[in-house]
Design a protein around this ligand. Structure first.
Ligand code: SAM
Ligand code: SF4
Ligand code: SF4
Length: 342
């Protein structure tokens, strides 16, 4: 990966710079986490996007190249489950070769990592975040909606370690009454193995998970529970746009983070754009449809024209949903999490 010396700074209506791109490579997934893709809605007959509607790898790479020129130094691949997209490592290799991309990462549920970790590393993937909501089999079976045991994901984590990913981030969504009683055990387990836990407040993304505020375990409570067993102190943020509040263990044994989108919104530092599997550019995780890029791309738009379009989307954005959540009254259309990838 190479660095461009003259990266333009484009800012939006709230003076936020564009820095990060999240690419959702598929709307399909091998899990059915009830907070994201409830199995009763996403059953056997659910119509996912047809293959031709998905952006081809070349199309994703072309848009990513334009966006890297506009400031996206970080790219994260997500989904749905990115590892169910065939040959996703080929896309990794194409993105790793783009000038200006300094950090290339992926968020995955880890299930397919035993088959894929080495190929991803060889293709140039820099970092991995692996989602795992609990180390308790009974809890985890419910939370992945498919009855898979924790061992499946732990095998994926081992494969990632063997392939040379280090440290690995482990993401857990915390839901009150579902897995909040297992967070200290998780923090301890991954502290001992040198990985970084990120606890995510359960968010009201999409419209299909039946979210209620009292299902959220606030970040302060998560931190207090872990601190009571393994003392913590706040750590400084690494860069503008970092979504996690970080804490380090006082005994020097690494750090953890909390992503507190509900109780400590961070919209003022939101530096991200999201590209959906069918080529829509979405600014906020809580937006509706986004702006179609696939149409112009397939109609032969030049790089300059695509750049103008994307620049326009960024310059126009003024969304800050999490900061307005408490005062929002109307029910609104929102993109689903599995579609846009977080
Ligand atoms: N399938 C991959 C995975 O689960 O890691 C990538 C896509 S998934 C949508 C990205 C992240 O969003 C995961 O860490 C997942 O736990 C998180 N997530 C999904 N729905 C959420 C919700 N309602 N609130 C908070 N986080 C959520
Ligand atoms: Fe799939 Fe990830 Fe959503 Fe779970 S959180 S259903 S693994 S996309
Ligand atoms: Fe960014 Fe929207 Fe999340 Fe705020 S709510 S941090 S604007 S994605």
């Amino acid at each position: 990966m190479t660095t461009t010396p003259h990266r333009p700074r484009i800012t939006d209506r709230l003076d936020r710079p564009f820095r990060d791109l999240r690419v959702s490579v598929t709307d399909r997934c091998n899990f059915r986490c009830p907070y994201c893709m409830p199995a009763e809605i996403y059953g056997d007959r659910y119509q996912f996007l047809p293959r031709d509607d998905l952006l081809a790898f070349e199309e994703i790479a072309r848009l990513a190249c334009v966006m890297a020129n506009l400031g996206a130094a970080k790219i994260r691949l997500t989904g749905g489950e990115p590892l169910v997209r065939n040959d996703v490592e080929k896309l990794v290799a194409m993105l790793a070769a783009l000038p200006g991309v300094e950090d290339l990462a992926m968020t995955t549920n880890g299930y397919l990592l035993p088959q894929k970790a080495a190929a991803l590393r060889d293709a140039g993937l820099g970092r991995l975040s692996i989602s795992l909501d609990s180390l308790d089999d009974e809890v985890f079976r419910k939370m992945n909606g498919r009855g898979f045991d924790v061992g499946k994901v732990l095998d994926g984590i081992s494969a990632a370690e063997k392939a040379g990913f280090s440290p690995i981030k482990i993401n857990a969504v915390v839901q009150r009454g579902v897995n909040d009683h297992t967070i200290v055990e998780m923090a301890r387990y991954f502290k001992e193995r040198g990985h970084v836990m990120r606890f995510i407040e359960y968010m009201d993304v999409g419209t299909r998970n039946g979210w209620k505020l009292d299902h959220v375990t606030p970040a302060d409570e998560i931190i207090a529970r872990i601190h009571a067993e393994m003392p913590l102190e706040p750590a400084e943020s690494g860069y503008r746009g970092e979504v996690a509040s970080r804490y380090r263990y006082r005994d020097g044994g690494g750090e953890i983070g909390v992503i507190a989108s509900v109780t400590r919104p961070f919209c003022g530092d939101c530096t991200r754009l999201r590209l959906s599997p069918e080529g829509r550019l979405v600014t906020c995780l809580f937006s509706a449809l986004g702006t179609d890029l696939r149409g112009p791309l397939r109609a032969g738009a030049s790089d300059d024209a695509l750049e103008r379009l994307i620049r326009g989307v960024w310059s126009d954005r003024g969304d800050r949903y999490s900061e307005e959540r408490a005062s929002a009254t109307e029910r609104r259309e929102k993109v689903e999490m599995y579609h846009i990838g977080g």
